[in-house]
Design a binder for this molecule. Structure first.
Ligand SMILES: [Zn+2]
Length: 89
């Protein structure tokens, strides 16, 4: 996976500072407005706004996503939580 630089910002839920994002496709892809992301600290599902700032999903937005997209996001959250647990030992 290739990390892409982002404008430095923080998770709107937990304030974790982030300055890069990684695309699952392993391609060098710049984040685009409305792309989704997962906070590496609190695992909140976030969306890039028009200026590529991370914002929380609007109420009901997650439920409207296609099943495969929701399943992928849940899988990412499980992996991030597992990694975070391994670092906290
Ligand atoms: Zn967070």
């Amino acid at each position: 996976m290739t990390a892409q630089s982002l404008p430095i910002g923080s998770c709107p839920v937990c304030d974790y500072m982030m300055d890069s994002a990684t695309d699952l496709s392993n391609e060098k892809v710049e984040p685009q407005p409305d792309d989704l992301s997962v906070c590496l600290k609190c695992t909140s599902i976030l969306r890039f706004d028009d200026e590529l700032r991370l914002v929380p999903l609007a109420p009901g937005e997650f439920a409207k996503l296609p099943d495969d997209r929701r399943a992928t996001l849940f899988r990412i959250r499980r992996i991030v939580r597992k990694i975070n647990r391994s670092f906290s030992r």
